[in-house]
Design a protein around this ligand. Structure first.
Ligand SMILES: *Cc1c(COP(=O)(O)O)cnc(C)c1O
Length: 231
């Protein structure tokens, strides 16, 4: 089932790209595997998945040694500063940087380890209380400060849109994130890239691709519903 699901979503990506004049290779599918056993991840891996997203540092740390070395791990969940040290040198991209203090901690630990860590800044595009990330204005301010830190490379923006039955409801938030990335690109010339836009999940990834997503983070549509009762 997982393999079929994964391939179906790759087909969707191709279709949406064809319809919107985008290169299918410009959208990368992240298989969001939180709470799922390694056997399920391997099924996706064998279907071609190399990008996996996890939300919890401990779960991520346990899965990394059990999966092939060419997996690119994405930290997409809310990250506490005291957990940063466990991720440095292990993850391909941290999507959920939502404060200067967190960026500073990633910078400090990266310099200590002699690596550069790629990050995205998380934006609360909808303004919902339950969402992490800064407002659009706060994000511009954060870019200005975080861009000066050693050991981190800002690659773009990420947002988690509200849960909705109607994906069209989220189009405005995806559009706002894209526009913010364009604004930031125009303001800051050095040191940062706004090439990556991480937006779109099971319920709304097609709309997100139409609005410029370069990473979509899909869990349920690949692995099925999550069961949190054991966590
Ligand atoms: C769990 C999660 C996803 C995947 O959500 P689905 O609706 O299952 O596709 C994507 N992004 C983040 C930040 C998540 O926490």
């Amino acid at each position: 089932m997982v393999a079929e699901n994964y391939k179906r979503i790759l087909n969707d990506i191709s279709d949406v790209c064809k319809n919107t004049g985008r290169e299918p290779g410009s959208v990368r599918l992240i298989a969001v595997s939180k709470t799922k056993p390694v056997e399920d991840l391997m099924e996706a891996y064998n279907a071609g998945a190399r990008d996996f997203g996890e939300n919890y540092v401990q779960e991520l740390s346990e899965k990394i040694p059990q999966m092939p070395e060419d997996v690119r791990w994405h930290m997409i969940g809310h990250l506490q500063r005291n957990k940063v040290k466990y991720l440095i040198g292990k993850v391909f991209l941290i999507h959920s940087v939502d404060s200067l203090r967190l960026a500073e901690e990633i910078s400090k630990e990266s310099v200590k380890a002699g690596v550069t860590t790629n990050i995205l800044l998380e934006v609360n595009a909808s303004g919902e209380d339950s969402k992490w990330g800064g407002s659009l204005d706060e994000t511009i301010e954060l870019v200005g400060k975080a861009a000066k830190l050693p050991g981190i490379a800002i690659k773009g923006l990420m947002t988690v849109a509200p849960y909705t039955e109607n994906a069209e409801d989220n189009r405005k938030y995806f559009r706002a994130l894209k526009q913010l990335s364009v604004d930031i690109e125009g303001r800051f010339e050095d040191n940062i890239s706004m090439d990556a836009l991480s937006m779109g999940m099971t319920g709304d990834y097609r709309v997100a691709i139409e609005e410029g997503a370069t990473y979509i983070r899909v869990g349920t549509a690949i692995f099925g519903a999550r069961d949190y009762s054991n966590n």
